[in-house]
Design a protein around this ligand. Structure first.
Ligand code: NDP
Length: 283
């Protein structure tokens, strides 16, 4: 029976560490705020935005909220980003995705100065991560590395399979595991014999975006299983990409949904904001 990796507890630990750091920085005269921009009033996005503001308040940094109407023109949003880029007290800029269809996410991401790109989505941040240069790391994959390390799971030399190759989860996840000296394979929808491949993994990271796709037949006995997916099942209960109940019987450690990877994303966003205030982006 697997150890259940407690993302809620580990994320709380990180936020408490950051709170102390923010106090110290304040004493040195270093402060700053996160600017969060939401376009439209998608209910899920509103929840995420509220959680981000609450997290800023908890660790003691400022937050500026910009709630723009759904029909905001792309130029208007780009102009606001330009203005925030120029404000020294704004250390991080986050535009809540997805954006309405008439706005190019690509243009918006590229408009944020890399020094304020706390989501780590700007091509410069992505490139820096790939070569191990200083830059903000994307929050969900960086959070998974923290979950694994703080749970005492050895990464070096381990065979890691990442299922999913999205720009926000799968690809950066594979790069960060490589940086930790794991031997990494990325699987996707065209991968042949996914089951056989997953069964070789010491660490299996699943970011497929399909509810309860990965069952026990994909998992080697004693493997560590990280479930990135978030879905609602037929009873409106949250679930992940992994069949938690059956996989926990043979894994050595597993993340639950909710309470696994999810809370880590926001903790790492706060981590990036504090790095921004320190003026010292992580490499
Ligand atoms: P995407 O839909 O962008 O990517 C899914 C990936 O899974 C693609 O690379 C796709 O392959 C691959 N895939 C799909 N079907 C299969 C299959 N049958 N076999 C193998 N690979 C397959 O999703 P995201 O990466 O954005 O997100 C993944 C999940 O994580 C979602 O449930 C999302 O809600 C959740 N999420 C959770 C976060 C958190 O904070 N916990 C943060 C971000 C995401 P291909 O490229 O070939 O199409």
């Amino acid at each position: 029976m697997a150890v259940i990796i407690d993302g809620k507890q580990i994320s709380q630990q990180i936020k408490d560490e950051l709170k102390l750091k923010v106090e110290k920085l304040k004493a040195e005269g270093k402060t700053g705020a996160l600017a969060v921009i939401q376009v439209g009033d998608d209910p899920a996005s509103s929840v995420y935005v509220r959680n981000k503001k609450n997290a800023c308040a908890y660790i003691g940094i400022g937050s500026l909220a910009y709630e723009l109407p759904e029909d905001t023109a792309e130029e208007e949003l780009l102009a606001l980003i330009g203005e925030l880029n120029g404000k020294p007290e704004v250390k991080g800029i986050l535009v809540q995705l997805p954006l309405p269809g008439h706005i190019s996410e690509d243009k918006v991401i590229k408009a944020i100065r890399p020094e304020k790109d706390v989501d780590g989505f700007h091509p410069q941040s992505v490139g820096a991560m790939a070569i191990g240069a200083p830059g903000f790391l994307p929050c969900t994959p960086a959070g998974i590395i923290q979950l694994l390390k703080r749970s005492g799971i050895e990464l070096e030399g381990k065979r890691c399979v990442v299922v999913g190759r999205s720009n926000i989860v799968g690809k950066p996840m594979a790069l960060l595991m490589l940086r930790e000296n794991a031997t990494v394979t990325i699987a996707h929808s065209r991968t042949k014999d996914l089951k056989g491949l997953c069964k070789q993994a010491d660490i299996l990271i699943v970011a497929i975006g399909k509810p309860q796709f990965i069952g026990a037949e994909y998992v080697k006995e004693g493997a560590v299983v990280i479930d990135v997916g978030i879905h609602r099942d037929e009873n409106n209960k949250l679930c992940g990409d992994v069949k938690f109940d059956e996989v926990k019987e043979l894994a050595s450690a597993i993340t639950p949904v909710p309470g696994g990877v999810g809370p880590m994303t926001i903790a790492m966003l706060m981590h990036n904001c504090v790095q921004g205030i320190e003026g010292d982006r992580e490499g």
